[in-house]
Structures are given as C-alpha cells and as structure tokens.
Design a protein around this ligand. Structure first.
Ligand code: 6PG
Length: 235
C-alpha cells in the first residue's frame, strides 16, 4: 500500500499477515528508536496506547535487550477509574510489560485519572509539557476512527496538551487524553490496527474522512502497522 499525504502528514501504510507480525514489527521499530535516542540523548520517551491491540507488543518488549534505566513511559489516554481497576490502561500496561522490566518507577508517568478528568488533565498537562517531543507515540484506532480518547464529534481547546473527556462513547464515560498536538509531537508515530473490526475506520481514514485519527501527525510521518484482516485482504 503506497504512502499517502493526508493534510500535511505523510502516512505510510504497512500490511502484515497477522497480529503477531504486527507486534514483532512494532517492537523492532520501538527498539531501533530506543537505541538511537539513548545513544544521542541518554533517554527514550515512549507514549503507550491503551486498548487491547498493543498488549502483544508490550508482552514482546519484555524480553528486549535495552538499557531500561533510560526509558520514560507516558500514557496517551486513561480511563477515570480507581488506581487498581483492571480496566485502566495503566494496569494493562503493568500486567503485560512494566511489572516485568527494570524501568525505574520514577520514570513511569501514569495519568492520575482517579482524581477525575479535570484535575488529572491539569496535572498531566505539566508532565507532557516537560516531556515533549516524545521519541515514539503508540496509538490504536477505534471502529469509529477514534484514537486515544479523541472521539468523533467531540471538540477540545487546541491550546491544551491534555484534555478532560466526558460522555465518551466507549466506557467509561469520563477519560483523560493527550491532545492531537501532544500525540503528534514525536519523532515517530506508530498506529497499530488489527482485526476486521478496524476496516471501516481504516477506509474512512484513507478516504480523507474527518475521523480523529486523521488529525494525528506533524513533522514526523505516521506509520500504520495493520494486519490483513484490518484492511480486508485475505491470503
Ligand atoms: C482506550 C484506548 C482506545 C483504543 C481503541 C482501540 O483507552 O480504550 O486508548 O483509543 O486504542 O479503542 O481499542 P482496541 O485496541 O481494544 O481495539
């Protein structure tokens, strides 16, 4: 699938046989960026995606040969749930990745969504301001073309790096999300999409429809790692 210019962003589409191949490619790209960032700046700043699609990537990262002490972890969005709630993206990331690697606790920045959307967004705005530009931003895509917790039809002030979200069409209703500007301020943006459920969203994106995912991108190209099911290709 050829590269595409959507707005002023180069979007590069990559198709793989299955979700495992997507995860393997994502891990390779993340580790390449990590070794480059660590050798150039001594630190690697990674934004994690929520949802289920990145879980395979996180599990695969556990075995990586890297200097974990130089990694800093941020979250693209979070659900307003109690700290230990298993439906939090932070808990998913702990269970599949962070609890199994030696990233210093002080280098992991969960969104304090247990404090409520407004308070958490205000607090995390300062964290993001101090961290950007990120090295790699990982994103998923929802069936309606949402990404992070940026949903179709929901408007947010463009001067914010982090938004409080209410009336989310995907439970829970209250969430916190990095803005389009923050999620685009990276050396590399990787979007992971697997399964036939993502076909309509991918088609809408490619057709230039105003879905939230199409807003992402800046100087860095956006690489979309998809499996055949997500683009409706059979073997
Ligand atoms: C969330 C995510 C959300 C997710 C998409 C795709 O908190 O729910 O950040 O944006 O990435 O909804 O979810 P799946 O990967 O589970 O399909």
């Amino acid at each position: 699938m050829k590269n595409q210019q959507i707005k002023d962003t180069i979007t590069r589409w990559h198709i793989f046989d299955d979700p495992d191949a997507v995860a393997a490619e994502a891990v390779q790209r993340i580790l390449n960026s990590a070794s480059q960032a660590i050798s150039e700046r001594g630190v690697f700043r990674l934004v994690l995606s929520g949802g289920h699609t990145p879980e395979a990537t996180y599990r695969l990262l556990v075995g990586a040969d890297t200097d974990w002490s130089c990694w800093e972890i941020y979250f693209g969005d979070e659900r307003c749930l109690p700290v230990e709630d298993p439906d939090r993206n932070s808990i998913m990331a702990d269970n599949t990745f962070l609890d199994s690697v030696a990233i210093p606790a002080a280098n992991i920045y969960p969104m304090p969504s247990e404090k409520g959307a407004e308070a958490a967004a205000k607090e995390y705005e300062a964290v993001v301001k101090a961290a950007i530009p990120f090295d790699v931003v990982l994103l998923g895509i929802g069936e309606d073309g949402h990404t992070g917790s940026l949903f179709p039809g929901q408007k947010h002030p463009t001067d914010e790096l982090v938004h409080p979200v209410h009336n989310s069409p995907k439970p829970p209703l209250d969430r916190v999300t990095m803005s389009v500007r923050a999620l685009s301020d990276a050396q590399e943006v990787l979007v992971l999409a697997t399964g036939e459920g993502k076909q309509d969203a991918i088609k809408a994106w490619k057709a230039g429809k105003p879905v939230p995912i199409s807003e992402i991108g800046g100087p860095a190209p956006v690489d979309v790692l998809m499996d055949k099911a997500a683009v409706g290709e059979s073997d």
